[in-house]
Design a protein around this ligand. Sequence first.
Ligand code: GYE
Length: 320
Amino acid sequence: MFKRLVIVASTLTFVAATAAACGGGSGGGGTSLGFSQVGAESGWRTANTQSIQDSAKDAGINLKFADAQQKQENQIKAIRSFIQQKVDVIAFSPVVESGWDTVLKEAKDAKIPVILTDRAVDSKDPSYYATFLGSDFVEEGRKAAQWVLDTYKGSNETVNIAELQGTTGSAPAIDRKKGFLDLIGADPKFKIVASQTGDFTRAKGKEVMQAFLASHQKIDVLFAHNDDMALGAIQAIEEAGLEPGKDIKIVSIDGVHDALQALVDGKENYVVECNPLLGPQLMDLVKKVKAGQPVDHRIVTTETTFTPEQAAAALPQRKY
Ligand code: GYE
């Protein structure tokens, strides 16, 4: 009992100290942020959630976190509940691009600023959100395609490509496909022979790859819109008695630990990075937006690419 009292007392002291430290105008003290996350579908998403939770804590921002389990209706419900609770700022990562105008207008009418993180919406009215912080997904698709072009440079043979798409209707699935096709489409030797959604998960990636292998004799390259689907596909390829990275070359997007390991193990060939560690930048934006300071309407995160050699060098420091 005594021990418990001591813990409670020291926790209270800590909370008071934190509140005092963050109580100034530029701190997060007293700021509430409602955040609606897509789900927990991938390694990228887990790292993104962790980053947001950690940096909210560091910034002294009171985070109300809701997991939508990949369902738009859950995100809309969460946003409405944040409006009712009168949070200072709402942020969310929209699972799909369309269908947000009504709820975004509700937030605007309630004078609660909205920040988009990671994924975009297709709303025509730019005043529905203060800023969009996230990657350039078209560019990521182009980088993946550039690697395919470089790999088959000088060869005249047909290259059969299978594509595992992300969640149907999501910004990264739409944009990565577009960026990839922008470059690949210019040369008729590249043929996309199979293309289906694997919903950004390992399980679906494996299942869809099994179906691709059953219905296609020759697949030279797999382009997966994220690492988790590629990792699932690697299992399917191995179970079919083929060697991933050799019989079928693989390029995917994200740069999570397991994919870098697959590169080092020779089971993948190239990974395009998409940075999930958006938390610190998001918390800065939350404070600025709450204080009525101007922010850029679009903030693009910077990212790299990984060959097996670069993956080997990066792996020891990779936190996710
Ligand atoms: O690539 C994927 C995740 O929106 C950028 O969502 C994100 C994507 C990421 O499920 O792994």
